[in-house]
Design a protein around this ligand. Structure first.
Ligand code: SF4
Ligand code: SF4
Length: 136
């Protein structure tokens, strides 16, 4: 009986950590109200045309290798992703994993334009790794 219960726990953990989740993207419906920006625990949200850095709001500094294998300099300004509305740097978004139970940008957005990014699928395990990478 105990062995069966342990197996059920193992299966539940396996499902939990292999389920696919996604980074969040801001759509063109954004009204530039700015409500989401201060809510992001990873400082992944930026105003239109803003040059962003990996080091902002994280413990990253200097040369880094991201969990997905890409290389960058955490202190160097990166190109804005949108010149028209607020945007999310996908390499910094963890869907709020490690901080909150749900994406905070989606929770506060008055026009529901923070949505899952179908082209940016990540497992929960990867999101956890990304969160630890940025903040440890
Ligand atoms: S989902 Fe969370 S981590 Fe990602 S951009 Fe929104 S607030 Fe930031
Ligand atoms: S809360 Fe929504 S509408 Fe406001 S800036 Fe963020 S994404 Fe745009």
């Amino acid at each position: 009986m105990i062995e069966e219960i342990n197996n059920l726990h193992l299966q539940a953990n396996l499902i939990k950590h292999t389920v696919k989740t996604m980074a969040i993207i801001i759509t063109e419906d954004c009204i530039n109200c700015g409500a989401c920006e201060p809510e992001c625990p990873n400082t992944a949200i930026y105003e239109a045309s803003y040059e962003w850095k990996f080091s902002e709001g994280t413990n990253l500094t200097g040369s880094i290798v991201l969990p997905n294998g890409s290389k960058a300099d955490a202190d160097v300004e990166q190109e804005p992703i949108s010149d028209e509305f607020y945007f999310i740097a996908p390499d910094k978004c963890t869907e709020c994993v490690g901080f909150h139970d749900e994406p905070q940008c989606s929770a506060v957005c008055p026009v529901d334009c923070c949505i899952p990014d179908n082209s940016n699928m990540e497992s929960e395990n990867n999101l956890i790794k990304k969160q630890r990478f940025m903040h440890s």
